[in-house]
Ligand binder design. Structure first.
Ligand SMILES: Cc1cc2nc3c(=O)[nH]c(=O)nc-3n(C[C@H](O)[C@H](O)[C@H](O)COP(=O)(O)OP(=O)(O)OC[C@H]3O[C@@H](n4cnc5c(N)ncnc54)[C@H](O)[C@@H]3O)c2cc1C
Length: 320
């Protein structure tokens, strides 16, 4: 069976969920071979094996942390040469997309970014993308070279399928360009304790209807009861009620969770562009004519300050 390279997104060997999703999707088109760069391969390998990696190719060098993406591209290209895979899958983060694009140029391949699904096809893997503010789904296939495909978080439910996960070192020679951009400092973001917005299985977002920064704790309380991330409309972030990093939409983050709850958000096209591929959408809005109700699975017409706290209490009571 053909091998499929899966680029591992991790923090010091703690494998992030989008990589487990990629391993699950990779099994539809071949045998996953994980590529783990940087520290922590020993911790990562058993997890990667559990989710189907037949092999784990590893490389560690200071260059991966000290410089921007090019050393990682050098290493992924070395893994590509060692394996000659049928496809290369990379998580659709900003860094992942840059790595994938640079690799595709190097190996003369076509690239598909931001896929939301992947299936085997007679002439190679077929990727589904959600385009034009999620109003169309397209299916595409790379016709030149080995397909390089980036896949959005939450595109598949990770499924364990234990495999050998044999760890092998991959020899990497860094090119001249790899040390072109040095990382000069790092400041960790203050943790909210909530999941990362783009990877969260549940997102609760607030909009202009929240009516002030002082009211956002109502949204946060519901999010915390569900173990969710908090999002916001542009109207809410532009008003300074919530950080810009939490904006969902065309000019913010794109999310595709299992459950998206929009409170006090009208459903403008630019907001929909960032959340319309969510699996289940719930809206709470006091205006029954709000456009958001056109795309919801469940809608509550009501004042969010009455509905959201009741929902939070109900979730908490059901959790015991
Ligand atoms: C180039 C461009 C890019 C953009 N990018 C983005 C983007 O990335 N993300 C984004 O979100 N927007 C974006 N916008 C802005 C977008 O067009 C809308 O202006 C914005 O999404 C509106 O935010 P909102 O729904 O929170 O506010 P509004 O449209 O004002 O809606 C507020 C809603 O809250 C309801 N409401 C009020 N009070 C309550 C209450 N107490 N209980 C329940 N419901 C209540 C109202 O009925 C209303 O439907 C962009 C615009 C442009 C031009």
């Amino acid at each position: 069976m053909a091998e499929v390279l899966v680029y591992v997104d991790h923090v010091d060997g703690a494998v992030r969920k989008p990589t487990l999703e990629l391993l699950t999707l990779a099994r539809r088109i071949g045998e996953p071979v994980a590529v783990h760069l940087g520290a922590g391969a020993d911790a990562a390998a058993p997890v990667l094996a559990e989710y189907g990696a037949v092999k784990v190719l590893t490389a560690d060098a200071p260059e991966f942390a000290d410089y921007l993406v090019v050393p990682k591209v050098d290493a992924l290209a070395a893994a590509y040469k060692a394996v000659s895979p049928a496809a290369v899958l990379v998580p659709s983060s900003a860094e992942g997309k840059e790595i994938a694009a640079r690799l595709a140029v190097r190996i003369g391949s076509g690239i598909i970014t931001d896929a939301v699904d992947l299936e085997a096809g007679d002439e190679g893997p077929v990727a589904t993308q959600s385009v034009f503010a999620a109003s169309y789904s397209t299916k595409s296939r790379v016709t030149t070279g080995t397909p390089v495909i980036t896949v959005k978080p939450n595109s598949a439910a990770p499924e364990a399928a234990p495999a050998a996960g044999t760890v092998e070192q991959v020899a990497v020679t860094f090119g001249e360009l790899s040390t072109g951009t040095k990382v000069v400092s790092r400041t960790p973001r203050e943790s909210t304790g909530r999941p990362e917005l783009t990877e969260a299985a549940i997102v609760v977002s607030g909009g202009r209807g929240v009516n002030g920064a002082e009211n956002f704790p109502v949204i946060e309380a519901l999010a915390d009861s569900l173990g969710a991330a908090v999002g916001a409309s542009r109207a809410a972030v532009d008003a300074g009620w919530y950080p810009h990093t939490n904006q969902v939409g065309q000019t913010g983050k794109s999310v595709s969770p299992q459950l998206y709850i929009a409170a006090g958000i009208s459903g403008a096209i630019q907001h929909r562009a960032g959340m319309q591929t969510s699996k289940t959408i719930v809206a709470i809005n006091k205006d029954a004519e709000a456009p958001i109700f056109e795309l919801v699975d469940y809608g509550v017409v009501g004042d969010l300050f009455e509905v959201v706290p009741q929902l939070t209490d109900e979730v908490k009571s059901r959790k015991g």
